[in-house]
Design a protein around this ligand. Structure first.
Ligand code: IDP
Ligand code: MG
Length: 150
């Protein structure tokens, strides 16, 4: 089953939006396959955001992600990557549709509340940064056949 990495960023946790954000993602039918609260250090932040190294916002992005605890989540389900990106909205909250997480709760690109992997390859790379293999759990729910045509 496809998996994606979600991070509720420091502003999401500080603003007590963790529950609201997770509720929206979970209600889509995507299944929580791992979850933890952690305080990211600089090394881990730079590894996660390696593709942005050298960009003007890189330093601020790393300090933002390291500024307070985050919640890392693995979500599983059909098209988990694309579905969660659509629930999250565009990178800039100003361009995100109402009804998306960033569109409803964010104002600025540098405080956009949540990360979601952009591709399946990114998801597999990023999940390894935040979770060991035995922390990601595949399990059945009695509602699976009501969410997916098995
Ligand atoms: P994404 O999170 O929607 O995939 P990316 O382009 O991968 O967006 O950028 C990663 C993160 O870097 C964004 O979520 C945002 O926190 C930050 N970021 C991206 N572009 C800018 C910018 O122009 N100014 C400030 N921060 C930015
Ligand atoms: Mg990205």
């Amino acid at each position: 089953l496809e998996k994606t990495l979600i991070l509720i960023k420091p502003d999401g946790v500080q603003r007590s939006l963790s529950g609201e954000i997770l509720t929206r993602l979970e209600k889509s039918g995507l299944k929580i396959s791992a979850l933890k609260l952690l305080h990211v250090n600089e090394k881990l932040a730079k590894e996660h955001y390696a593709e942005h190294e050298g960009k003007p916002f890189f330093g601020d992005l790393v300090s933002y992600i390291c500024s307070a605890p985050i919640i890392a989540i693995s979500l599983s389900g059909p098209n988990a990557v694309e579905k969660s990106r659509s629930l999250i909205g565009k990178t800039n909250p100003l361009e995100s549709e109402p009804g998306t997480i960033r569109g409803d709760f964010g104002l600025e690109i540098s405080r956009n509340l949540i990360h979601g992997s952009a591709s399946i390859d990114d998801a597999n790379r990023e999940l390894k940064i935040f979770f060991s293999e035995n922390e990601i759990i595949d399990y059945d729910k009695s509602t699976d056949s009501w969410v997916m045509e098995l």
